[in-house]
Write a protein that binds this ligand. Structure first.
Ligand code: DGT
Ligand code: CA
Ligand code: CA
Ligand code: ZN
Length: 571
């Protein structure tokens, strides 16, 4: 699926330019829709293009299909190249700043000649934004904060994108004969939410063949290093990949070292020192003698540690836990028995309820909750009470039909209004099996307002789950201001479960908050929030994040059999 993210990025850039130039809204929306559609395709867009079937993709008409073909042919889109020449701004970089969109970009370009993040930052620091029409001191301050957020994420890629790229490269390298080991290390192996670069480790009898194949992979746009033991390339998607060849008897030590993170490595090295040993990427040594190095597990066991799952290796207590034999037994994907947050074409999902249920059944789930949006989310075609009641009847019929072996749970993702009220009446909420509440509006509320609002919503006795609790979108939108400790306390009192939203761009709660939540006695539900059948696959990213948050099977309610699940959420 390596071309999808790239094509989506190009279409996104075109949509930004169209908006920048004040083109017709329908045209802009068409591109935006195409971006969403391509990003969640279950198949490589290049294969679909090869079959000449681009226009069968939802939201892709003839015009956009031609643009995609143009890009796939030579990595360029003629019209986009013209735009970039005529208006030489880094529009994607600027748009990635929270609070900055095409209209602001146009304004600061026209008035101040701002072309990239750096020149925008200079203008903001000199107070030149505040004087512009429609831009006050407050917006200027917000943009400054946005720049800070954008900088911290600059050059990083979502794990989901990096992982699919890395696995694609691994697959093609695996065809070379004489490869004995190949592992994706670094932050990808630790399943960090975002990835700086991809680190691949190989052990092979013919290193030269591996390196030659690597630097000539079809997705490589430039080669930064091409050596015997290390090569680095940049892909057309902009992602950098390092490949290292390790001798067989150092592979475990190299794997340990290049998995990281640095803090974990430094701590491990100090433990080695205390034992009179030396640890580096070639092995664990006592004087001249190598006492471990071929297998990663031997490095840890020789240091008196249980093998630490890569997701925990951040030096946040995992080394101490490994010393005392208290490492958690982490949740696994196979433990998941159902999904408790999903959408259909009843609101803003793209598939029918039957299609979603077929896809959920194919996952082998015991239960599946359909939870479309409610009325105040008008842009998502949210349901009012009448529609929701009709949906409830429909699900009763679907359950009775026996067509699906799993239990279909009646749910909704109910909007939390400005003072924490819910936008569906209690009598109707009472008819649902599982009620999720979420914030989708007024995300700029101050901390106290937002905290009170969420806590108030959790007090409703019909509420079971708080959806995507901090509202962040990775590399795009920071968490909203909220006192998460107060929310956890309210959730504990009111027996409300916290969501770990598995969407690769959300992964909300984050790892630290997950740990804190379970320490506070809360339960978690890992949900995909799927809007397409293919998005049910995102469950794996939720489980990765859960593991980074030290969660065990028992912490997560959708590992429970249905009966236990229902009794756990009953108030
Ligand atoms: P990233 O690429 O920013 O998402 O994060 P990582 O963790 O993949 O970092 P990267 O690619 O710079 O290096 C891969 C691993 O190599 C890192 O997790 C730990 C190890 N490493 C790199 N530099 C050092 C270092 O100076 N000291 C030690 N002890 N380990 C290092
Ligand atoms: Ca890396
Ligand atoms: Ca690296
Ligand atoms: Zn949702």
């Amino acid at each position: 699926m390596t071309k999808n993210a790239e094509v989506a990025k190009v279409l996104k850039e075109i949509s930004l330019y169209l908006e920048f130039e004040g083109k017709e809204p329908f045209k802009i929306r068409a591109y935006q829709r195409a971006v969403r559609s391509i990003s969640s395709l279950g198949e490589d867009v290049a294969s679909i293009a090869e079959r000449g079937e681009l226009t069968t993709i939802a939201g892709i008409g003839k015009g956009i299909a031609e643009v995609i073909t143009d890009y796939l042919n030579d990595g360029q889109v003629t019209g986009l190249e013209e735009l970039r020449t005529r208006v030489p701004i880094k529009i994607m970089e600027l748009d990635a700043i929270p609070g900055v969109g095409p209209k602001t970009i146009k304004l600061v370009y026209d008035k101040l000649g701002v072309i990239d993040l750096e020149s925008l930052e200079a203008a903001a620091n000199e107070g030149r934004l505040a004087g512009l029409p429609g831009l006050g001191a407050k917006t200027e301050a917000q943009i400054k904060e946005g720049i800070r957020v954008a900088r911290s994420g600059l050059g990083r890629t979502l794990l989901a994108n990096a992982l699919s790229v890395a696995e694609d490269i691994k697959k093609s390298l695996n065809q070379i004969s004489g490869i004995t080991q190949i592992i994706i290390a670094g932050s990808v192996r630790r399943r960090r939410e975002t990835i700086g670069d991809i680190d691949i480790l190989v052990s092979a009898s013919d290193p030269k063949a591996v390196m030659d194949s690597f630097v000539s992979h079809r997705d490589v746009s430039s080669v930064t290093a091409h050596g015997q033991t290390k090569s680095s390339v940049r892909l057309t998607s902009g992602i950098q990949v390092d490949l290292r060849i390790l001798p067989e008897d150092s592979f475990g030590a190299g794997l340990q070292y290049f998995t990281g993170n640095i803090d974990h490595n430094v701590h491990l090295r100090s433990i080695a020192q205390k034992k009179g040993l030396l640890l580096n990427e070639y092995g664990l040594f006592k004087g001249e003698k190598k006492v471990a190095g071929g297998a990663e597990a031997d490095i840890y066991s020789t240091l008196g540690l249980k093998l630490i799952p890569p997701e925990l290796r951040e030096d946040t207590g995992e080394i101490e836990a490994a010393q005392s034999g208290n490492l958690p037994s982490l949740i696994e994907l196979k433990d998941i028995r159902g999904d408790l947050h999903s959408h259909t074409d009843q609101s803003d999902g793209k598939n029918t309820i039957e299609e979603m249920l077929d896809a959920a059944q194919a996952k082998g789930y015991d239960y599946y909750c359909v939870s479309d949006h409610t009325q105040s989310l008008t842009i998502s075609n949210g349901m009012d009470e009448a529609r929701l009641l009709k949906r409830i009847e429909e699900i009763d019929d679907l359950n009775a039909s026996g067509r699906w072996k799993m239990t279909i749970l009646k749910g909704a993702e109910v909007d939390i209004l400005s003072a924490g009220e819910l936008d569906i009446k209690d009598e109707v909420l009472a008819e649902l099996d599982f009620v999720t509440v979420s914030i989708h509006s007024r995300m700029k509320d101050d901390k106290k307002t937002m905290t009170d609002r969420v806590c108030h919503a959790l007090e409703s006795k019909y509420v079971h789950l708080l959806g995507h609790p901090t509202g962040r979108l990775l590399l795009k939108r920071p968490e909203f201001e909220i006192d998460i400790d107060a929310v956890f306390e309210s959730a504990r009192k009111n027996k409300v479960v916290m969501e770990l939203n598995a969407h690769p761009q959300r992964l909300d709660l984050n790892a630290g908050n997950l740990r804190k939540a379970t320490k506070n006695g809360l339960k978690i539900a890992i949900n995909t929030d799927a809007h397409y059948t293919t998005e049910l696959d995102n469950m794996q990213f939720g489980v990765f994040q859960a593991r980074r948050g030290w969660l065990t099977k028992n912490d997560v309610i959708n590992t429970y059999p249905l009966k236990k699940l229902m009794s756990t959420i009953t108030k």
